[in-house]
Design a protein around this ligand. Structure first.
Ligand SMILES: [Zn+2]
Length: 298
């Protein structure tokens, strides 16, 4: 199967803290399409499974286990979903949505290529970062004020753990995320949830702001011009929703293709599901030509 490569905007840190960012990967096969299309189960865990199956190498490390895929930064995982989407379905995205201006509401067509989505690599690679809190935000314990906080950036493991809780209680899930990412406050290593609770809102804000500044970014807010009323509006492009949504709409087609190929070639479902979309399409085209040729010969 054809292998492609890309450079992660963040990068994966090995146990020695060395950053690896060149990824070799291949397109989704029918198996991964079906896995992603399934509405049951934990979305981020499915992304982990799919990444570990499609990524062949990161830096000098291969194969890519689920635990490595899980340790990837959230932004890197999103970036890889975009790349897998490009490799499997191409880079063009077309959608229709209503203009949000109340006096307009006309349908607006959106058409862009995922290659045009701006990606900013992180300037600092970590994996551990330090922020010095302002004196007002200092963490006070036993009469001592501590201002130095170290943290890591959120990963797939955090996503897997918190995705269901995010829907139930967002504030609590975000506190837990912060507790998981903060590694030390002053001399106190591996801070407990109680210590995180004791951080002032100002301290939390300063830490979160620094996390955002340091993290790599994918610009997913798109400015759209309504052709009807000529006003601009911003559309947030939710990558995972888009990715999963697309798999669900193409699921029926996937099973039709498998049926068609199995029927004509007598290949097993397993063999067909291990093909990427391109390959299935090529065989279907050859079949269509062949059937047309036979029909014309009659
Ligand atoms: Zn409008």
């Amino acid at each position: 199967m054809e292998e492609r490569s890309c450079i992660l905007p963040g990068g994966w840190a090995d146990a020695q803290g060395e950053i690896h960012n060149r990824v070799v990967f291949s397109a989704l096969t029918g198996r991964e399409e079906a896995l992603l299309a399934d509405t049951q189960g934990n979305g981020p865990a499915k992304v982990t499974a799919v990444l570990s199956r499609c990524l062949k190498q990161i830096g000098s490390i291969r194969p890519i286990s689920e635990s490595i895929a899980r340790e990837l930064l959230i932004v890197d995982r999103d970036f890889l979903l975009l790349k897998l989407h490009e490799a499997t379905f191409g880079s063009r995205v077309q959608a229709t949505l209503p203009c949000p201006w109340p006096d307009c509401g006309e349908k607006v067509d959106i058409d862009f290529t995922t290659e045009d989505i701006p990606v900013s690599p992180s300037q600092e690679k970590g994996p551990r970062f330090t922020v010095v809190l302002s004196p007002e935000a200092a963490f006070v314990k036993n009469g001592k004020a501590h201002r130095e906080v170290t943290f890591r950036l959120p990963t797939g493991a955090d996503q897997e753990r918190l995705s269901s809780r995010l829907a139930e209680n967002e504030a609590q899930a975000l506190s837990e995320l912060l507790a998981r990412c903060i590694r030390s406050i002053g001399p106190h290593e591996m801070t407990s949830a109680e210590q995180i609770e004791a951080l002032s809102p100002l301290a939390r804000m300063e830490i979160e702001r620094e996390m955002l500044r340091i993290a790599p970014k994918i610009e997913l807010n798109m400015e759209v011009n309504c052709p009807e009323c000529a006003r601009l509006f911003t559309v947030p492009f939710d990558l995972q929703d888009f990715f999963f949504g697309e798999m669900r709409t193409s699921r029926d087609l996937l099973y039709r293709e498998v049926h068609y190929l199995a029927y004509h070639y007598h290949w097993s479902e397993k063999e067909i599901m291990e093909m990427p979309k391109d390959q299935r399409r090529n065989y279907i085209e050859v079949l269509a030509d062949e059937i047309e040729r036979l029909n014309n010969a009659v």
